[in-house]
Design a binder for this molecule. Structure first.
Ligand code: HEC
Length: 131
């Protein structure tokens, strides 16, 4: 089940080219059902929450910094990462396949599992708010 949904999402989304962050957020919210409402505050809490999977990068904010409007820095390679907020970086959350690829990779490394659709919807709602 967990593996099927993201693949389905990619298949549905890759039919069209560029999307907006709210369209991508909505497609995750839709998985949760019609009554679900994304909560930016829960996305903010998730962004800085410390997990115990990786010592080097316990949270999303380890690489993306506590302020997603600012450029981040990769905890291992030291490479600069452009701001994650779509307000600061208009390329963010416009390519569903890219979003899904990085959610999968980063969630596994930081959280130790894939992120759920509600976590992703909350995360995008938080970032799209410009914080
Ligand atoms: C080890 C460093 C690191 C950590 C920790 C990390 N990321 Fe990232 N993240 C990256 C890199 C590198 C990229 C890809 C380069 C880029 O797009 O600038 C990226 C890109 C992304 C993207 C792509 C967005 C887009 O549309 O371009 C999302 C979504 C994302 N990360 C979410 C997360 C989440 C959620 C967490 C925590 C569970 C997290 N990241 C933790 C390094 C990290």
């Amino acid at each position: 089940m967990n593996r099927v949904i993201p693949l389905l999402l990619i298949a549905v989304c890759s039919a069209s080219s560029a999307e907006t962050p709210s369209q991508i957020g909505d497609s995750y919210a839709a998985i949760q059902g019609a009554r679900f409402r994304a909560t930016p505050a829960r996305g903010a809490e998730f962004f800085t929450r410390k997990f115990s999977v990786s010592e080097k990068f316990p949270s999303c904010s380890t690489c993306h910094t506590e302020n997603p409007m600012e450029a981040g820095r990769h905890a291992i390679t030291g490479k600069t990462i452009k701001p994650l907020s779509p307000v600061a970086n208009t390329e963010r959350f416009t390519d569903p396949a890219k979003v899904e690829k990085w959610f999968r990779r980063n969630c596994k490394e930081v959280v130790g599992r894939e992120c759920s659709a509600d976590e992703k919807a909350n995360f995008i709602a938080f970032l799209a708010g410009g914080r």
